[in-house]
Ligand binder design. Structure first.
Ligand SMILES: Cc1ncc(COP(=O)(O)O)c(C=O)c1O
Length: 474
């Protein structure tokens, strides 16, 4: 059998059946290591047999992120059209490095970039780099920020590096996503030197604190805000932050890995008011747009600043012609897959109205689940559910933090083992919480109902069965 057909049949059989599976992997990491452990083969095997074996070995260890009741972390559901376009990107063997290696990849990126700026309503002349995700997207955009801020202060970082450079003061909200810390670290902005700005109960930056801290620093300033806090889904007050950025001649970057998609929906875009005044943004395709991994977008208003940071040249690479968009001038990588293809396909398939509907539906489902939870004694919804994220506390005030943590862990473990839904946990304001993210394209009202009932039942079970002296041990 043809190897492509084998992969096609295995992939489609998997997708057709995924909703009938337990959401969690059937086997864990240790078992999967044993399954795959083998010495390097001395001789080859037929291609189709290799793919059959890979699928046989691998399927038991798959986390079913495409399952309609996968609510873990914040991960999109790899839509069929995105996956199919990704297959083409691989099958065509295109390298998106430049328009001579793949005129198609370069041209598709150009159109998809325009569509992204349109649907997100960001400045239409911004540059868009197709990157692997929001972490590298922030790295990419912040490299542009670093170069431009230092250039304004008389320093060419591309030529002279960071040793001896003027200081850049970096302001971040206390509840920023940890990936931004990584991006900053890669760029030489050590985490201990960041200026942390106080946040409110939802994780939004306090503008009075930002204004005060900005005023007490002199020199180059970089402010990083976020659209969609990882736990609460909250949005920083961009209008006020943009004013502060203007007054301080600061570069304003926005991490909108999932939350920036709220901008597509006229009903929700008020949450993002003022975000368009930023200098750079990052948003994922592999979250709300349902593009398969890996897909993110680094968007920079000053296209030249991005190009200064990322451009790569050699005699064997093409020079930039007037109006040319050289894909490798916008991202850190040289060789890379044609990431524009699945983005183009996802936007073409959904259209503006489809994106709006999906985002709106997911937020409505999140509110529906939150209402159900709020009505259950002993469960507290800890955030204002303004978007698709819900965080839940289990137990009463007089249970104490450690016992409530034991409850939360118990409920999460019970649900994951049962396999009807998948949820994850985390710490919020010192409290161990269950985190629910409604972001998989396949999730329906019925799935939200099943989730609500499953969480309620798990809570009843754990609260009745947890020994009275048991507290959390992890
Ligand atoms: C707010 C936020 N920023 C950044 C990231 C990192 O995104 P990625 O995993 O695509 O690099 C995430 C991931 O969940 C996120 O939620």
């Amino acid at each position: 059998m043809d190897v492509f057909e084998t992969a096609y049949l295995r992939a489609t059989a998997y997708r057709a059946d995924v909703a009938n599976q337990k959401v969690r992997p059937h086997q864990g990491y240790a078992e999967m290591r044993d399954r795959f452990a083998a010495p390097l083969p001395e001789t080859g095997s037929p291609d189709s047999a290799v793919i059959e074996e890979l699928a046989d070995l691998g399927e038991p260890g798959l986390m079913h992120t495409t399952h309609p009741r996968f609510f873990g972390w914040v991960l999109g559901g790899s839509s069929p059209v995105g996956v199919a376009a990704d297959w083409l990107a691989s099958a065509w063997g295109q390298n998106a490095v430049m328009h001579t290696t793949s005129p198609t990849a370069a041209a598709v990126e150009e159109t998809a970039a325009g569509w992204l700026l349109d649907i997100l309503d960001l400045p239409r002349t911004s540059a868009v780099g197709f990157v692997s995700g929001a972490t590298i997207g922030s790295f990419t955009a912040l490299a542009a920020a670093r170069g431009e801020l230092l250039r304004r202060h008389g320093w060419d970082v591309e030529a002279h590096g960071l040793f001896g450079a003027p200081q850049v003061h970096v302001f971040v909200g206390d509840d920023l996503h940890t990936s931004v810390l990584s991006a900053l670290r890669y760029l030489g902005f050590g985490n201990q030197r960041l200026i942390r700005v106080d946040t409110d109960a939802q994780g939004r930056m306090r503008v009075d604190d930002l204004a005060r801290k900005c005023a007490s620093a002199t020199g180059a300033k970089l402010i990083i805000a976020q659209a969609g806090q990882i736990n609460t889904g909250a949005f920083d007050p961009f209008l006020a932050i943009a004013e502060i950025a203007k007054d301080n001649e600061a570069w304003l970057h926005v991490d909108g890995a999932f939350g920036l998609w709220a901008r597509a929906d006229p009903d929700l875009c008020g949450l993002t008011k003022g975000v368009e005044r930023a200098d750079s943004w990052v948003v994922d395709g592999h979250k709300w747009l349902q593009v398969p991994f890996d897909s993110g977008y680094a968007i920079v208003r000053d296209a030249q600043a991005l190009q200064n940071a990322m451009a790569i040249s050699a005699s064997y690479l093409p020079a930039q012609g007037p109006g040319d968009r050289l894909p490798s001038f916008l991202v850190p990588e040289l060789s890379r897959r044609a990431r524009g293809l699945p983005t183009w396909a996802a936007l073409k398939s959904l259209g503006r109205s489809g994106v709006i509907q999906m985002v709106r539906d997911h937020c409505a489902l999140a509110r529906q689940i939150a209402r159900g939870m709020q009505a259950t004694p002993g469960i507290q919804v800890m955030n204002d559910v303004v978007l698709n994220q819900i965080i839940l506390r289990f137990g009463h005030d007089d249970d104490g933090t450690q016992r409530r943590k034991a409850y939360a862990i118990g409920v999460i473990d019970h649900l994951v083992q049962e396999g009807l839904i998948f949820v994850s946990g985390g710490l919020w304001r010192g409290e161990w919480v269950m985190r629910i993210s409604v972001i998989c394209g396949a999730t329906s009202v019925q799935d939200a109902n099943i989730a609500t009932e499953a969480i309620r039942a798990a809570w009843m079970h754990i609260s009745a069965s947890l020994p009275s002296d048991q507290v959390a041990t992890r």
